[in-house]
Structures are given as C-alpha cells and as structure tokens.
Design a protein around this ligand. Structure first.
Ligand SMILES: Cc1ncc(COP(=O)(O)O)c(C=O)c1O
Length: 307
C-alpha cells in the first residue's frame, strides 16, 4: 500500500498534508482547472540517498502545460527544485517515492475561465513501489472510450480535469476484469493507456505512437526511445498503428513514471507473443532499472540527488 507522507506544500508553505486543502468553490474542484506531473524518487541503499528522475524535464513539461492552459507557474527551475527537495527532507523520506506537483486554479470566481491571478503550486508525496504487477504481466483491453482529442483538451498538458477520460476507461477495464485500458483516438489509431505510453516490437522493430496521436509526451517514453537507440542500436519508429496490429505484436509494454517499464501479457484476451516478457522488453527494462539504481554513469545527469 502506498503511504502518504505527513507534510505537503501549498500556498508557498509546507504544512501537514491533511491541512493542504482547497476550497470547494475553487475552479480546480468545480472545473478541473489544473495541471500536474508525477516525479519518481528512487532510493539507493548503498548511497543512502534518493535520486529524482529527470526532474528538470518534469519542470519543463509543467511550464509547457502552463502555457497551453493559460495558467501561472512563475517559478524558475532552481526554485522549484529547492521546494521539492526541501519537502522530501522535511518528510525524512528513505525509500522509493512518488511526488505530485499540481498547479491548480485557486480562483473561486464562478466563471469557468482560465488566466486567473491566483494559480498556486501544491505538492504531496507518497511511497510507491510497483504500479503494475511485474511478474504476471498486464492484462489489457481496448477501451470503448476514445481519447480526448488535442483540439478538445490537450493530453500534452496533463490537465487535471482531462483525467476524467482516463478514469472512465480505467474503471471500465477494471470492472471487466482487466488491469488497464488502451485508448484509440478518433481516427482509430492506438494512443496510450490511462496513465502510461505504449511501445510494441514486431520482427525486431520497435514502434510507438507519435506524439500527434493525442498521448502525453512521456518522460519515460523519451528515455526509452533514447535507450533503444543508444544502447541497443535499434531505431524506434514513431508511427500510428491500429488495433488489429496491436494484437499481432511480438512484445508490448507500457512506460511511465508510475508504470516504469511494464510488460503486457494480453490485449482483449489475445496473448501477446509467448505471453511472457519479451527479450527486447527485458533488455531495455534492465538498462532502465540499472540507470535508476545508479549503475550507469553515462546517464547520471538524469538523476538529481536529494540528500
Ligand atoms: C496519460 C499518461 N500518459 C503517459 C504517462 C507517462 O508519462 P511519464 O513517463 O512522463 O510519467 C502518464 C504518466 O504521467 C500519463 O498520465
């Protein structure tokens, strides 16, 4: 079970997590006006330290969200980093953690509009091990819900309210006995999961839907593309593919901050490959895990120490 840490950050101050509350009238509660990121901190027992994965990339994606959403996030990266690190220290965290910075519309004005003067940054943190079961593989279905299109709400912006779309699909999947849904977009192409990007391998070729498929510009996705290219000498094809192609992949896996690299065992009751973790998935997962365990100097710039 994930444990919530006792301290959070809101209204420019650290406070007890249970006191980090938002008024019922605020636009984030009423209209879902906000955006967020999820950052992992990996505990390293040898160094007795926590390493935050690609912090600055999360910060930059949040700045892009602010721009798309007409919201205020006026912090510099050093200031943001200090706030996050101070909070982790205040919580005396010693283990794997997951940090949720959210910029929310605090305005209590009735009108559902953006560009408010009082947007605020709130952060809470939990302990987090695996999000998906790693031994049996993820059982996936194609959702009957389509992904929100970029010309309705941009999934690039990680908008709080847009996760109602993810929640509908995830709930449907769970009620039908699956672990996770995969969205198609309006034109029938594979998009992503409720909270993770997707990769497929067929005949030794790696594929992932392009960013124009209405998915999130995942930081793990980018990392995996880079690792395939630099470490495994395999070019990743960012291409649209459809539902039936998905069934025929030799290997499929999700990527995400929470998901890490999570292999997919079946889609709509069709076994993927041999129904075990595929060899390329295994290779790239091992490299990714080694990086987060500080065993690859080459990628140490992806990790920010806390202590
Ligand atoms: C909808 C969605 N897609 C993809 C991802 C993976 O993105 P990242 O690797 O940046 O965590 C997430 C998780 O943050 C997500 O919520």
């Amino acid at each position: 079970m994930a444990k919530t840490f006792p301290y959070a950050y809101i209204r420019k101050k650290t406070c007890k997590t249970e006191k980090a509350v938002i008024p019922i009238q605020s636009k984030v509660v009423q209209y879902g006006l906000g955006f967020f990121s999820g950052i992992r901190g990996y505990w390293n027992g040898d160094n007795k330290n926590i390493y935050l994965f690609r912090m600055e990339d999360h910060f930059n994606r949040m700045q892009e969200s602010a721009k798309i959403m007409h919201m205020r996030f006026p912090l510099s990266y050093p200031k943001f980093k200090k706030i996050v690190i101070d909070l982790i220290k205040k919580n005396k965290a010693k283990g794997d953690i997951y940090i949720r910075p959210t910029v929310y519309a605090a305005s209590t004005e009735l009108t559902p509009r953006l560009n408010n003067p009082d947007d605020d940054l709130a952060i809470y943190m939990i302990s987090l091990k695996d999000y998906f079961k790693s031994n049996t593989g993820v059982k996936v279905c194609i959702s009957s819900w389509r992904r929100v299109e970029d010309d309705a709400i941009s999934m690039k912006a990680k908008v709080t309210g847009a996760y109602a779309n993810s929640a509908l699909a995830k709930t449907e999947a769970l009620l039908n006995g699956y672990d996770e849904p995969i969205f198609l977009n309006r034109d029938g192409s594979v998009c992503e999961a409720s909270g993770a990007n997707i990769f497929g391998i067929k005949d030794g070729q790696v594929y992932t839907p392009p960013l124009s498929a209405n998915n999130l510009n995942g930081i793990t996705r980018r990392s995996i593309i880079e690792l395939f290219e630099k470490e495994l000498n395999m070019k990743v094809r960012e291409e649209n593919f459809d539902r039936s192609t998905l069934y025929t992949f030799d290997e499929l896996f999700f990527t995400g901050t929470a998901a890490k690299v999570a292999w997919i065992a079946s889609v709509d009751q069709r076994k993927i490959g041999k129904g075990t973790m595929g060899k390329y998935t295994k290779k790239v997962k091992r490299i990714f895990d080694e990086i987060t365990e500080m065993k690859h100097d080459k990628y140490s710039q992806w990790l920010t120490p806390v202590y």
